[in-house]
Design a protein around this ligand. Structure first.
Ligand code: CUA
Length: 328
């Protein structure tokens, strides 16, 4: 619909002004977020009306010249009301905190096997790469009913990936990977926004998420002109940057083997144990002396400033693709 332009505003079918106040709920996660929002709204609304009501009642009752009694309330009544009021408010606040916090934590862990899509944000566009190498800009095609996990990073400043209909928002930060995930439940087109002020064209850094039937998505993704997959390109970069010189099994250099490494715990030389996830691999490439693997010398040079974000993603995808049985 809007191709490579930072298409904003995007007009989804059936978009009405009401949508701006309450976007359609189109993910499995949206229900719980809405429930918390409504509970907070009701709680704050009730409090607002109570305070406003008392303000009006007391203004009239104790206006100048009225005959209302102005002495103190009995001591015990004053104390009981005060204690009860604070107890109720404290309980409600803790309840809201616990509810929202637990929901957020539960929503942070993607289910295993989620469809993994890579996103690079830059001023002022979203670049998307599918597992098979299909690419798009300012659009994200995904299948309905399947958990989708986004691994995101930024080339320049902090952006924020925001799809109101999914009730998901996640900062996208240069120099690290952040993740979000969701399970879309409705087919259609939904706004994709940047929710972090990131420069003059921040308001135009948007696009659309297209949720398709699973078969339609499979057909769409197969029909895209594909670059090589991330892992294949990563393999080339792995050789081009000289990584294979030390990390190949045949190498004479004593360097950690990478096959089957991804996701496993790694014993470090200072006694800590790290998990070999995306962030760990990324840090190990950019700051190799920070987390030295037990039994190895800190001889690897830093690749900070040499490797671009997109290349890092590819190299990590390659390392992740190495199965233990593949002796590389
Ligand atoms: Cu990117 Cu605002």
């Amino acid at each position: 619909m809007n191709g490579a332009s930072p298409g904003w505003p995007v007009h989804a079918p059936g978009l009405t002004p009401w949508v701006w106040l309450w976007p359609q709920a189109a993910s499995e996660q949206a229900g719980t977020v809405d429930a918390i929002f409504i509970a907070l709204l009701v709680f704050c609304g009730a409090l607002f009306l109570l305070v406003l009501g008392l303000l009006v009642v007391f203004s009239i009752r104790y206006r100048r010249g009225s005959k209302a009694k102005r002495g103190d309330l009995p001591e015990v009544l004053r104390r009981d009301i005060e204690i009860g009021w604070y107890a109720v408010i404290t309980f409600l606040a803790i309840f809201m905190f616990g509810w929202a916090g637990a929901t957020q934590l539960a929503l942070d862990a993607p289910p295993p096997g989620a469809l993994e899509i890579h996103v690079v944000a830059k001023q002022w566009m979203w670049k998307v790469e599918h597992p098979n190498g299909a690419r798009e800009i300012n659009e994200l095609h995904i299948p309905r009913g399947e958990p989708v996990r986004l691994v995101m990073t930024s080339q320049d400043v902090i952006h924020s990936f925001f799809v109101p209909a999914f009730r998901r928002k996640q900062d996208v930060v240069p120099g690290r990977f952040t993740e979000t995930w969701f399970t879309p439940t409705e087919e259609g087109e939904f706004h994709l926004l940047c929710a972090e002020f990131c420069g003059t064209a921040h308001s135009r850094m948007g696009g659309r998420v297209v949720v398709m039937a699973p078969e339609a998505y499979a057909a769409w993704v197969a029909a895209q002109p594909q670059g090589d997959t991330l892992a294949r390109e990563g393999e080339r970069l792995f050789a081009a940057y000289g990584c294979s010189g030390c990390h190949a099994p045949a190498s004479a250099v004593h360097a950690p083997r990478l096959a089957g490494l991804y996701g496993r715990p790694v014993q470090l030389s200072d006694g800590r144990v790290a998990r070999a996830d995306d962030a760990y691999l990324r840090d190990s490439i950019l700051q190799p002396r920070r987390d030295v693997v037990a039994g190895y010398q800190p001889i690897m040079p830093s690749f900070g400033g040499l490797i671009e974000e997109g290349e890092l993603q590819r190299i990590i995808a390659y390392i992740r693709s190495l199965r233990p049985e593949e002796a590389r």
